[in-house]
Design a protein around this ligand. Structure first.
Ligand SMILES: [Zn+2]
Ligand SMILES: [Zn+2]
Length: 386
């Protein structure tokens, strides 16, 4: 059994919070009732809070019994535009909205830690509990940082945690450096000259050009990125054409680019530009490419990752804290907080059974059994650090 700091009353309370949040999912920057609910819970615990960060974000601060360092703990609070397919008593009440990434659980674990620590503040320093909106879209973390989060609440380090389906309940993964990749969106326009499909000699075909281009783009990573580094180029949308007998003027492609190292990302972007330009030119078409920057890579500071691992090991033992799991090519806006400060972001196992299906799936559910463990991890990290 993992060690826990959460008594059975608080554990029950956490399940109530989690189920309420799960039933009332709200999307990025619209987490109004969610924010009210979190604020009420914090005020009931006796916290003074600051609201309105990045619209619906909240920061609660707790001082220890002595002066000392400061740290920040962050939970994300938003849901996804997805209709829940689970048949559970706490199923989402809103079609088209669902906590399919477990942010209801993250919020609850941080509330649980805040409740316990309020009654047990025998540490030296200050903890800031950050409840952040809009992780799934628009980068609520970036907005909070730009609004001056760490000027208003200076801290030595900031910590985050995400549940991870597939990793057994009762286990953790702590990456030394890279955890989640950077993401950019690729927009490509292939312009030809449309016309009658039966007279291909009189046109410039953007469809055949796009087909060549999509294939050529698949060599960008395999022929330009070191086999020891990582990047992904995926074309995810092909838009164009409207009739069986008409070749269109233009095809638009959309794709995603993922990487950990900015130098690798820059190199891949340069190569994509060249491949688009010259592949299109060779077919008589005109190619244009634009990149939209998404979240940067989430990279832990090794010394903070080590502290997270020590806290996790003290709860579940060494063989249940994985230090060598491969990072994910998914992205996470906690990277903006890490880039503005320093710290670490870890994974807590959500298990493989009930609720074990992958994140962003309409049958996903956060595993209530891990609530006390997640809250205990926060408690241990705070009391070790401060
Ligand atoms: Zn997500
Ligand atoms: Zn998430």
């Amino acid at each position: 059994m993992p060690k826990t700091y959460i008594n059975s009353d608080l554990q029950q309370c956490m399940i109530t919070w989690r189920h309420w949040l799960h039933q009332h999912p709200e999307l990025a920057f619209k987490e109004e009732t969610t924010s009210d609910y979190i604020a009420n819970a914090l005020v009931d615990m006796g916290y003074e809070i600051e609201r309105g960060w990045a619209t619906t974000g909240i920061v609660a601060t707790l001082k220890g019994q002595q002066e000392g360092r400061s740290i920040a703990l962050r939970a994300d609070i938003d849901a996804l535009p997805l209709t829940e397919k689970n048949h559970i008593p706490h199923k989402s009440l809103h079609d088209g909205k669902m906590h399919a990434c477990g942010h209801d659980g993250h919020t609850t674990m941080l509330l649980g830690a805040a409740a316990h620590l309020k009654e047990n503040n025998n540490f030296a320093g200050t903890v800031h509990f950050i409840f952040q909106p809009a992780e799934e879209a628009f980068g609520g973390a970036r907005v909070m940082v730009e609004e001056g989060l760490f000027d208003r609440f200076p801290c030595d380090a900031v910590f985050g945690m995400h549940n991870w389906p597939g990793l057994p309940a009762g286990e953790f993964a702590v990456h030394n450096k890279e955890v989640m990749s950077a993401v950019d969106t690729i927009y490509i326009s292939v312009k030809g000259k449309g016309g009658h499909a039966a007279m291909p000699d009189q046109i410039i075909d953007p469809i055949v050009t796009s087909a060549q281009l999509i294939t050529a783009l698949q060599s960008v990573v395999s022929r330009n990125v070191s086999p020891l580094a990582s990047a992904v180029v995926s074309i995810t949308q092909v838009n164009g054409g409207h009739a069986a007998n008409v070749i269109p003027d233009e095809i638009k492609l959309v794709g995603t680019l993922r990487y950990f190292d900015n130098a690798v990302g820059d190199k891949v972007k340069k190569r994509i530009k060249k491949v688009v330009k010259h592949t299109c030119k060779s077919m008589g078409a005109k190619g244009k490419v634009q990149f939209e920057a998404g979240y940067p890579a989430t990279i832990n500071t090794p010394k903070h990752a080590k502290q997270c691992a020590i806290a996790a090991v003290s709860l579940v033992g060494k063989n249940k804290v994985h230090r060598d799991m491969p990072p994910s090519m998914g992205a996470e806006d906690f990277s903006y907080m890490l880039n503005a400060s320093q710290g670490a972001y870890i994974w807590i196992g959500n298990g493989e059974g009930e609720g074990g299906c992958m994140l962003h799936n309409s049958q996903y559910d956060f595993n209530d059994d891990i609530l006390p463990l997640g809250a205990s991890y926060w408690v241990k990290l705070v009391t070790d650090y401060l």
